[in-house]
Write a protein that binds this ligand. Structure first.
Ligand SMILES: [Zn+2]
Length: 300
């Protein structure tokens, strides 16, 4: 008789346990921040695969399924990943776009494209919101709090764990901020050009001399007039380094470099498409950018 009574007792506690939310994330830096907040409670899914372009990505059926089963999708926003915006339209998952919670927001500089033809000009995003907001550590620190608050609302039993994890991770981001600022001290006044217009947050925050980008913020091909304008800038000796990107052909950037004294730096990786996903990915990404920039700019 005794075992009949003990059986339901063994089964009962399970439905009473708190449900840790199923979370899907867009890109490695957001995945890293959510991983910090969830800690040992769970692991978020990362959609963007290694080597992929954040602006142009094709979801696989299994990834569509992760979105369908998610309690919440935590992502930068539609300005960065229109492919995820489309996927979310037909989904019941809650959506937490972090751009809506960013203390630092910036727009693309319209002047960068002043010499384009109308056709070039209309062909890509301009004068809109720059979505590469994770590159400012202030935004990352704020997002940790926003993520913890969202998860606490879905899973109140673990609210203190989420808040504690977020506070610890935010302190790490602040320490990283100081470390990177110091590592860029010599590089700060030296002008450079990048492959696509993704670095405004990073360069504004750390006080770097960003002289422009070959492609617009959505990584679309540049117009001929814009390429000529950059070429003239580089030929005039006003640029110290040009930086290609991990996922893009550097041929056009090499053409801009021409026979000038400007040097070609290492490939930048603003979205973390080449690094191992996980909690450490945010720090690895920022340190990688700073190191690649300093390597070329300091040796000039
Ligand atoms: Zn981008």
């Amino acid at each position: 008789m005794r075992y009949i009574i003990s059986l339901p007792l063994a089964i009962l506690p399970l439905p009473l346990m708190a449900e840790v939310p199923a979370v899907v994330t867009d890109i490695p830096p957001v995945h890293a921040l959510v991983s910090h907040v969830m800690g040992d409670l769970g692991a978020p899914v990362l959609l963007l695969e290694k080597g992929a372009d954040e602006h142009d990505f094709q979801l696989r059926p299994s990834q569509m399924q992760s979105i369908a089963y998610a309690d919440v999708v935590i992502w930068v926003g539609r300005e960065l990943t229109p492919w995820l915006d489309r996927a979310l339209e037909g989904s019941a998952a809650a959506s937490l776009p972090l751009l809506d919670a960013s203390p630092v927001l910036r727009s693309y500089d319209e002047a960068d494209h002043a010499n384009e033809s109308d056709a070039d000009h209309d062909a890509h995003v301009h004068d809109g919101l720059d979505p590469h907001a994770w590159l400012d550590p202030k935004n990352a620190a704020a997002w940790l709090e926003v993520i913890a608050a969202d998860l606490a609302q879905r899973d109140p039993e673990h609210a203190a764990v989420y808040a504690g994890n977020a506070a610890r991770a935010a302190a790490q981001v602040m320490a990283l901020d100081g470390e990177i600022s110091a590592s860029l001290a010599r590089a700060k006044p030296r002008p450079f050009i990048t492959q696509h217009d993704a670095y405004g947050y990073f360069t504004a925050h750390f006080g770097l001399a960003y002289a422009g980008a070959l492609s617009a913020g959505d990584a679309a091909a540049p117009g001929a007039a814009h390429v000529q304008e950059l070429q003239a800038q580089v030929a005039g000796g006003r640029v110290v380094c040009l930086f290609p990107e991990a996922q893009h052909d550097p041929a056009l950037l090499t053409q801009v470099q021409g026979g000038s004294t400007a040097r070609m730096g290492g490939a930048l990786d603003p979205v973390g498409s080449t690094i191992e996903a996980g909690p450490a990915a945010y720090a690895t990404l920022l340190r990688g950018l700073a190191q690649t920039l300093a390597d070329c700019l300091n040796s000039a």
